[in-house]
Design a protein around this ligand. Structure first.
Ligand SMILES: [Ca+2]
Ligand SMILES: [Ca+2]
Ligand SMILES: [Ca+2]
Ligand SMILES: [Ca+2]
Length: 361
């Protein structure tokens, strides 16, 4: 291990960035970057240790993963529902209606209003669960372990399949393409830090991966493809600001991380990993409650220095919804509330919202 002093000097200048750095003490720390990461990528080896903060959660017991949701509550669920490689605006209501505003004809009104897609305590998890087309499938997961899927290939309308057996104590769903087969795999992470994956390629019949030691209850799941090999990697961000990555390429061993990076904000920031620079690798990114986004691109010298700190991009009770809304290959900064969807496209820089879409009921 070689401790590196990260300057964390933002490339954006000015008073605002300085204030933000002050407000985010975790950004001015000694970075404990595993030395192998600084060498050629082909020479990477697993650093020893890497166990995130533990303790306490074993006795915590199961807890509901989502608070009681009012029937009229709406959850932003952006995804590419028509397969044109542009993310579409969408909201799922707790009463089971999917509202979709396709990017193709411009944003401004719901193009689809699809009912009958609710379930008790459901959490919406749209993704491409089959490889029949490029369209996202409508899906919800429930804490009782059911995964409901309405495949896009035969048209949206009603659940095509209900898979059962995907429960774990206090679990949150973390679907993704963990084996690179081109389909989302069913996956959950439990409160006590076990990550379960059922690969779709060999049939949705039971867990193929049970990876223990992915942090405690307070850690946030941040799966993404951090090395760009087409397979989602297991990842968490701890309350203490450490971003842990267990790459898919060398398999998963309990509590052993391939990479870990410190300085990514305390518990009050929201991790928003996505590919903001368009190199097909997920970038380490957090959003502060004051509307600042701290982006650390993967394409330069690796992780450890903020590349961009756009401010005034979503203060207060908004949900960050980064996605590629204009098909330039780069995730765009975006936030949604019940009333408005705001997008700042990556092209042209993050100067201010390019699109402000009022959301009708
Ligand atoms: Ca689309
Ligand atoms: Ca990967
Ligand atoms: Ca990237
Ligand atoms: Ca974009």
């Amino acid at each position: 291990m070689r401790p590196l002093l990260a300057s964390r000097t933002p490339r954006v200048g000015g008073l605002a960035a300085g204030l933000l750095l002050t407000a985010l003490p975790a950004c001015n720390v000694i970075l404990d970057i595993p030395e192998p990461h600084c060498d050629m990528p082909g020479n990477m080896t697993r650093p020893d240790g890497g166990t995130p903060p533990q303790g306490g959660d074993d006795d915590a017991g199961p807890r509901p993963p989502v608070p009681d949701t009012p029937a009229d509550a709406r959850v932003p669920v952006p995804a590419d529902y028509d397969g044109d490689r542009r993310a579409d605006l969408a909201m799922w209501t707790a009463s089971g209606t999917w509202l979709i505003d396709y990017a193709a004809n411009g944003f401004g009104s719901w193009d689809e209003r699809i009912g009958g897609h609710g379930a008790p305590d459901a959490v919406p998890v749209p993704a491409r669960y089959d490889d029949a087309d490029l369209r996202a499938d409508l899906a919800v997961w429930t804490p009782t372990g059911k995964w409901y899927v309405d495949y896009a290939a035969n048209g949206y309308g009603a659940w095509d399949d209900i898979y059962d057996g995907y429960a774990a104590p206090g679990a949150v769903p973390v679907p993704g393409d963990y084996d690179g087969a081109g389909r989302a795999d069913l996956a959950v992470r439990s409160t006590n830090g076990t990550w379960y994956v059922d690969y779709a390629a060999n049939g949705l019949t039971g867990w193929d991966v049970i990876r223990t030691g992915t942090g405690n209850e307070s850690a946030r799941a941040t799966p993404g493809d951090y090395d760009g090999d087409g397979r989602a990697d297991i990842s968490i961000k701890s309350d203490g600001g450490v971003w842990y990555i267990d790459r898919a390429d060398d398999g998963y061993e309990p509590a052993i991380w391939d990479e870990q990076y410190a300085g990514y904000g305390w518990a009050d920031v929201t991790p928003v990993p996505a590919d903001y620079d368009g190199d097909h690798r997920t970038d380490l990114t957090i959003k502060g409650p004051d509307g600042a986004w701290f982006i650390d691109y993967s394409h330069d010298q690796g992780f450890g220095t903020w590349n961009e700190i756009p401010t005034h991009h979503g203060e207060g009770a908004v949900v960050p919804v980064p996605a590629d809304y204009d098909r330039d290959g780069k995730a765009d900064i975006a936030v949604a509330s019940d009333e408005m969807w705001l997008i700042d496209y990556a092209v042209g820089g993050y100067i201010g919202w390019d699109v402000q879409v009022p959301l009708t009921p």
